[in-house]
Write a protein that binds this ligand. Sequence first.
Ligand code: GDP
Ligand code: MG
Length: 545
Amino acid sequence: MVTAEVARLLTELSGEVRRQIGILVGRRGGIEFVIVGDQKGLTIPDLSRERTATLRLRGLRLVHTHLQGEPLSQEDLTDLALLRLDMIVALSVSDEGSPGLVHAAHLLPENRGKKVSEMFPPLSMGQVADIDFLKWVQSLEEEFQRGQRSVTLEGAREKAILLSVGRESRGALENSMEELKALAESSGVEVMDSIIQRPQVLSPATLLGEGKLKELLVQCMQQGVDLIIFDQNLTPGQMASISDRTELRVVDRTQLILDIFSQRAHTQDGKVQVELAQLKYLLPRLAKKTLALSRLTGGIGGRGPGETKLEIDRRRVRDRIHLLEKELRKLSKRRALRRSRRTKSGIPVVSIIGYTNAGKTTLFNLLTESRFLVEDKLFATLDPATRRLRFLKGREVVVTDTVGLIKNLPRDLLGSFRATFDELQESDLLVHLVDISNPFFEEHIDTVERILMELDLNHIPRLLVFNKEDRVRPEEARAIGQKYGAITLSALHPERLETLFDAIEKALWKESVQTAILPLDPGAVVDRSVNSYQTREREDDGRPI
Ligand code: GDP
Ligand code: MG
């Protein structure tokens, strides 16, 4: 830990100048820093240049003097955690300047009691001499790594801890956290823990107080996590100071949503839009310290926007934004052309909208019997898919599946996803699909209605439809349906679709058509020539659908 000679030197000098003196010592005993403080404490220099992998101990221990023989203080323990020191040692300075009792503490690997650190009982210098520090610290490090490994369930999946800090009611925070969990999982992250904090006052710089930050950091080390996902959106300053304080990668709600969008974007349109949104979000955050930069641009699983992660700078980002905006304008002209051809043909457009995960894609597939992507993930769909559907009497409609709407979808994002929302503007009918089995479905309805208003879409007729009725009791489904004057169905049960077709026809042509639907034989219902996704992809040449 510390040799008798060095300890003596420190306590003698310290006693003489009446100030704390500290040294930062490497694993093999080399002294890396000497720090002179005041009577009560000392300030540790910025160690960020001495960076080690976030999940390991720093490889430095702090040995310092305490003039009053006081035990380790809260600040000492905070430094221990935030700096991931191997150990913190306080030497009491006796009256004649020689070392008295020694107080020491170290971080703890994952443990039942969720303890962050452990203090040794006070030691004499004789006992200190008996400790083989190198051996001791290596076995501590091994224990940490065992803890980190034992919780790796599925190999390559990236681990993260979710964090929510706010003054809203607990219920509201929990509800939002559930959604964040679903979002995180659909982005492919393994959620190790989710922590909700409701402090009396929010710390403006880091949201979280020092003590909580410390616990969080140690938990991250214990569980082998170096990614924190905040349920709140962080200001550029907060993001930088949290990741500076902790050296963890910090992602907020918007970035998580953007990350999911970027994984799901398949068409050129979608890809351009997502990258644009990511860069716009990133730009103000680039002004901050360069240290945090690599963490900010790293994104989840290293998936940042573009490939120029390392040399990315503000000017390049701006250039790229201009380029993408130009490309987007070009693409949107082409889209408009395609659309106008379709509108001219006079076929009504029905768009399926709704909160994410409501079952839109499932219903769309069922309607069109296509094999479009359906996954139990939020945002499984990004690009609008469009199919033609033929009703009895030769009537046709175009049905589009849309991206899910979700609460707190940042305004910037709404603007960024024009492709989806442009299509909606052309709709003659919006089928608003709601997951009846979700306990928060009423909130989801409100959210969707609000977004429709913001997007100027609320003039389009809407048909409220409850999905997943198979997951609630029949009486309950009936009652809810009655209350809202809405259809209930299950997109997994085609035999119940008739009422939906009926209602769509009624809404579009203002008349009821009895038994409007043909049996669900794909050949009979769907115009095969325009039915596959591949066909649609090739539509980029401007041919009408
Ligand atoms: P979207 O985000 O609205 O497009 O939702 P998806 O169509 O991707 O569906 C989300 C999840 O809900 C998938 O796992 C579907 O299998 C499931 N799902 C959709 N409709 C129903 C339904 O009527 N009943 C049940 N039990 N699950 C459904
Ligand atoms: Mg979908």
